[in-house]
Design a protein around this ligand. Structure first.
Ligand code: DQA
Length: 150
């Protein structure tokens, strides 16, 4: 089975009751379960992690390069500020797909810029929990086309 990391950044552990009108009512556990089930259908072994700490997210990404074929990553607020996360994604030779639940382009201007988009394989925004679902389909397809990207 091809192994995939789903990585969630700060405050995403609060999903379900954090501004549900923006982020939806699904909890992070429910999203992770959905991805595990969908992954099985696609022949992917999906493992999920969440951290509120930039350094821990970096450690997890560096380690993922040793076992994962690809990463689905929602960096939360670090999307708009973190050069360090960008450098990590740039350094690891596995595809990373950037994901956002909300349509960041329809929100405050500071959310329009992402430090990581240019070093990601692609990006999906604005579809709520389905952004993750779509990212999984995209990553599965990409890995089928080019399974040996690292
Ligand atoms: C988010 C968008 C970010 O701007 C915000 O800081 C988040 C969540 C999203 O999934 O829509 O924490 O990444």
């Amino acid at each position: 089975m091809i192994e995939i990391l789903v990585l969630h950044g700060p405050n995403l552990n609060l999903l379900g009751w954090r501004e549900p009108e923006i982020y939806g009512k699904m909890t992070l556990t429910e999203i992770d379960q959905m991805l595990v089930e969908e992954g099985k259908k696609l022949g992917l072994d999906v493992r999920s992690r969440q951290s509120n700490s930039e350094g821990i997210l970096i450690d997890i990404l560096q380690e993922a390069a040793t076992w994962a074929a690809g990463v689905i990553f929602n960096p939360g607020g670090y999307t708009h500020t973190s050069i360090a996360l960008r450098d990590t994604i740039s350094a690891i030779a596995i595809p990373v797909i950037e994901v956002h639940l909300s349509n960041v382009y329809a929100r405050e201007e500071f959310r329009h810029h992402s430090t990581i988009s240019a070093v990601c394989a692609g990006k999906i925004v604005g579809f709520g929990w389905r952004s993750y679902w779509l990212a999984l389909q995209a990553l599965a397809g990409r890995l089928q086309d080019a399974p040996k990207t690292r």
